[in-house]
Design a protein. Structure first.
Length: 65
């Protein structure tokens, strides 16, 4: 069995997965992240990127070879 993580994938795939993950995070936690960023005066885009990366590492990657 082969175990891969996000960094083992090519750049194009990483970008596509990151964009998908960012949308998923916005749908699930968008209001909470916006409220937190506003309350603590932090950069919203940076927070979304960080949460999207955390979300990616919770994925299980399955490949058909």
């Amino acid at each position: 069995m082969i175990y891969l993580n996000f960094t083992d994938l090519n750049e194009e795939t990483q970008e596509r997965l990151l964009a998908n993950s960012k949308e998923e995070v916005k749908e699930k936690y968008g209001k909470d992240i916006i409220d937190y960023a506003t309350k603590h005066n932090t950069n919203l885009d940076k927070m979304l990127d960080e949460e999207a990366l955390r979300n990616l590492y919770s994925y299980s990657y399955v490949f058909n070879i």
